[in-house]
Design a binder for this molecule. Structure first.
Ligand code: PMV
Length: 357
């Protein structure tokens, strides 16, 4: 399939004002995407849990206008600092959504998680905006096929922020061509259609907010660090192998192996940052304290609690729902002491984006 399939041909006589809204979740990668080719083509395949609570809700009023434009309200206030990113996104998707040239977009958006919590909102935000644009295209007579609707929404999300393409549906999505995933593509994320043990459908993710400030390296700059990285090729191969292994684990429910893959992915991601030029240490001392505590807790209790990390200091704790009663007191009494103001978020695997307007 080429990108041309996503170029909309619409009958302009259908054009009208239209309002729509979508609520899109964040996602947490088990096999990480780190390194890309132009434009937003991943260097390796990745696989993530779609979350259910950490979401962006976006409503868009599309009004017919002489030339394309937009305004944006974030959590009730104008937010000019978001404009360049939205403008870049609209410019990048314009070859696929030429109908947007006839509209002014009034975008009203908010996050379910606290602002500056260190939780990246670009995945949920780009997915909610892309879905709203696809709803307009559907209203205008395009994207009548549901499969194509979500494929295009994921395709557009990817052009906004790579990992956003995995926030459109749930409970798990892959992105990037992988020989063992039939429907995988570099252009958009696909629902993980292989057999999935029930335990993973309700997996918990407690997000420990170790450091709420800005990340010291943006994700764009971070991906660029993989260009010419001495370990890049081995890292891309490792991710492909991990994905093959994870596919079996998701089918057979081997939690020990799940933990080995997921933690190795998180540490490999950070190892890439620590061994690039320039190099970055995105973990904080409290991040490391949490990782050690989690490994000790697991050894002592035999409870299958594991960690993963994004490109920052916060820690995602992943565990089966059935162990929540034992794990929550451990988080509240021990791990939250390592979090800024003791803050953590409770999340879980979810079913993807929902239309709200
Ligand atoms: O989508 P981006 O460009 O913000 O990159 C996300 C990269 C990681 O979160 C570190 C890994 C991933 O696969 O989500």
């Amino acid at each position: 399939m080429t990108e041309d399939v996503f170029k909309a041909q619409l009958n302009t006589s259908n054009f009208n004002d239209f309002k729509v809204g979508w609520r899109s979740p964040s996602n947490i990668a088990l096999v990480k995407y780190w390194g890309k080719k132009p434009i937003q083509i991943p260097a390796n395949a990745s696989l993530s849990f779609t979350l259910s609570e950490s979401c962006t809700s976006t409503e868009v009023q599309f009004s017919l206008a002489d030339s394309p434009s937009f305004d944006l309200v974030f959590e009730g206030k104008a937010k000019p600092s978001f404009h360049p990113k939205i403008q870049d996104f609209l410019d990048r998707i314009s070859p696929y959504c030429s109908f947007l040239g006839a509209y002014h977009l009034s975008i009203d958006t908010s996050n379910s998680f606290p602002h500056s919590s260190g939780i990246a909102s670009s995945a949920s935000a780009m997915a909610a905006l892309a879905l709203s644009i696809c709803s307009l295209e559907k209203e205008l007579g395009g994207l009548q096929d549901e499969g194509l609707f979500f494929q295009k929404a994921s395709f557009l999300s990817r052009l906004g922020s790579g990992s956003a393409c995995r926030s459109v549906q749930g409970p798990m999505m892959s992105w990037g061509v992988h020989p063992e995933l039939n429907n995988s593509s570099d252009l958009y994320g696909s629902v993980f259609k292989e057999k999935l043990q029930d335990v993973f459908k309700s997996y918990k993710d407690s997000i420990l907010l170790v450091h709420k400030g800005q990340k010291s390296v943006s994700s764009t700059a971070g991906h660029d660090l993989m260009k010419g990285h001495i370990f890049a090729q081995s890292r891309f191969e490792q991710a492909q192998i991990h994905l093959t292994q994870l596919k079996s684990v998701l089918q057979n429910g081997d939690l020990e192996h799940f933990i080995r893959i997921v933690e190795s992915e998180a540490l490999s991601l950070h190892a890439m940052m620590m061994s690039s030029h320039p190099y970055y240490i995105l973990m904080q001392p409290n991040t490391l304290a949490i990782l050690h505590s989690v490994m000790r807790f697991r050894q002592e209790t035999k409870i299958p609690l594991c960690f993963t990390l994004d490109a920052g200091a916060n820690v995602h704790l992943l565990y089966p729902e059935s162990f929540e009663r034992q794990i929550l007191p451990f988080i509240e009494q021990e791990l939250s002491l390592f979090c800024e103001h003791g803050a953590f978020l409770s999340d879980a695997v979810g079913n993807g984006s929902q239309k709200i307007v």
